[in-house]
Design a protein around this ligand. Structure first.
Ligand SMILES: C[S@@+](CC[C@H](N)C(=O)[O-])C[C@H]1O[C@@H](n2cnc3c(N)ncnc32)[C@H](O)[C@@H]1O
Length: 255
């Protein structure tokens, strides 16, 4: 009976997301990995509008960058789309959490497609994750250190992209001052752990234009409990219009 009810509700798509979000934050997931993967992706790419499978410009770009990113095609497509839509919102773009530059290349290419004069600031320690704490049960610090500034520069220049600047160091402590007086329309936060996320949101709020957007990667992902916890706090705050896109992105729009 339980199985039939579960299947019926799942077919309607109603109760799946809350169960996953809650379970993932508590890390007490009681469904199998296979079931979770099906929940997370089947509905998205088989039954709904799926432009990442049909947009030729995006597909060509994705082929070139897919080995330089940990982010799947769904989320890359979302960044590609949001960047183009935000061209009329005042302010530059900042990404914290670059690793090998895959999502950075997506954002910079999207800017080029709309002939934007926005600058893209790319912030990373280039020596891995920092500030891991109690919420971040799968992080200790130093993860994703297998990259370099040169590798990212080479990727972006091989794609004829010029509209970017790398900022090496812990953000915001080491590199925030380099962009202190800027205004931003978009901040892509892909830092894996709670405290880095907190510090970034605190730093960027006053510099984000009205209608400007925070895109959080890893929302609801197993292992990124700290980010899920942070977004679950921010989504209660009236300052933000919150959208959960079911693909691992949480989107917060400044009201
Ligand atoms: C998951 S990776 C980023 C993935 C990347 N966006 C992609 O396309 O695959 C996370 C990155 O965040 C960086 N990072 C984490 N916290 C940071 C902080 N406070 N300041 C700067 N870099 C940070 C790490 O060095 C690491 O390279």
């Amino acid at each position: 009976m339980k199985k039939i009810l579960k299947g019926f509700l799942r077919s309607l798509g109603y109760t799946i997301a809350p169960i996953i979000v809650q379970a993932v934050e508590e890390d007490t997931l009681s469904i199998s990995k296979e079931e979770m993967e099906r929940f997370m992706y089947e509905g998205i790419h088989l039954h709904r509008y799926a432009p990442w499978l049909t947009d030729e410009k995006f597909k060509q770009l994705h082929n070139k960058i897919k080995d330089y990113t940990l982010v799947d095609a769904y989320r890359c497509y979302e960044l590609f789309d949001i960047v183009q839509r935000l061209n009329n919102i005042d302010g530059d773009i900042i990404e914290i959490g670059v690793w090998r530059g895959g999502t950075s290349a997506v954002i910079a290419t999207a800017l080029q497609f709309v002939n934007s004069n926005k600058m893209l600031y790319l912030c990373d320690t280039f020596s891995g994750v920092v500030k891991a704490g109690d919420f971040d049960i799968r992080y200790k610090g130093g993860e994703h250190s297998d990259t370099s500034e040169q590798l990212v520069t080479d990727l972006l220049t091989s794609l004829q992209l010029k509209n970017f600047k790398l900022l090496k160091g812990i953000f915001p402590e080491d590199t925030g001052s380099a962009v202190e007086n800027k205004t931003f329309s978009l901040c892509h936060i892909d830092v894996d752990v709670y405290q880095s996320g907190v510090d970034i949101v605190e730093w960027i709020y006053a510099k984000l234009s009205k209608g400007g957007v925070l895109v959080f990667d890893d929302y609801g992902f197993r292992g990124c409990n700290g980010i899920t916890h942070l977004v679950n706090k921010l989504r209660q705050d009236e300052k933000w219009l919150y959208i959960y896109n079911l693909n691992g992105h949480a989107i917060l729009i400044k009201r």
